[in-house]
Ligand binder design. Structure first.
Ligand SMILES: [Zn+2]
Length: 256
């Protein structure tokens, strides 16, 4: 995977045994789903790849689903570049399977797909969002309303597609009046506790109730293509054990 050099995504990443004690010491502002997306507002989640929406805000989505808030999930790409040179997972299979994996995950989160939760697939090239930021920003802006709360990957998340999506959503939010909340996904992998490259001072913490935490944990299991090794290339799982463990946290952290 190509990543931004100073935020390189390598190896297993920082484990939860390092993150959790440190995070427990941080005095982050606590938020709840009700205040984050108040009545009369809609949550819009823009995911660079199918699975990012669950890794980033799966617990929040479960809570908003229980509150019956209107939601829009936007898939920037279909995630077809996750298995380069694979015979088992060629791009055409990924293009079919990964969006289905997301749909199964959303059902596990309790979302009412195609009713209170709308879905848009934008079909941008996986791995190519940095050069397509302008068109991505325009397409997201066309979907936004002024009272939306827009969630997406943090603009310094490390994966170029995640950074491009964060930048595009910032531009789209600025020209529509939507509120932008960025969410670290790969940053948990390359950063370390106390890392000054992350904006801890403005971080929000959303506690997950037992039901939302359970739903998120189970939803991650839907991403079969990302959880299994690939014998045709010898590559290990895209979502490493550290990533899966992180999805079991009873909280989520956001950068507003
Ligand atoms: Zn991603």
């Amino acid at each position: 995977m190509v990543a931004v050099a100073e935020r390189a995504i390598e190896g297993q990443g920082t484990p939860e045994i390092d993150w959790l004690p440190w995070l427990a010491q941080q005095a982050m502002v606590e938020v709840d789903a009700e205040r984050l997306v108040p009545p009369g507002h809609r949550a819009v989640v823009v995911a660079p790849h199918p699975d990012d929406e669950v890794l980033a805000v799966g617990g929040l989505l479960a809570q908003l689903g229980a509150l019956q808030r209107p939601m829009l999930i936007v898939a920037a790409t279909d995630g077809t570049a996750s298995h380069p040179a694979s015979i088992l997972w060629p791009p055409h299979r990924l293009a079919t399977e990964r969006p289905l994996e997301s749909r199964r995950a959303w059902q596990t989160l309790g979302l009412d797909i195609d009713r209170s939760t709308e879905v848009r697939r934008l079909g941008f090239d996986d791995g190519g969002l940095m050069r397509q930021r302008g068109p991505l920003a325009r397409q997201v802006a066309a979907l936004l309303r002024p009272r939306d709360v827009l969630f997406t990957t943090w603009r310094h998340d490390g994966h170029p597609d995640h950074e491009a999506t964060g930048q595009a959503c910032a531009a789209a939010a600025a020209c529509t009046g939507a509120r932008l909340i960025e969410v670290p996904v790969w940053a948990w992998h390359w950063a370390v506790p106390g890392d000054t490259r992350l904006p801890w001072g403005r971080a929000l913490r959303l506690g997950l109730d037992a039901e939302a935490a359970r739903a998120k944990r189970e939803a991650v299991n839907a991403f079969t293509s990302q959880l299994e090794s690939d014998p045709s290339t010898g590559a290990g799982p895209i979502l490493r054990g550290t990533t899966v463990q992180r999805a079991q946290r009873p909280f989520e952290v956001f950068f507003p």
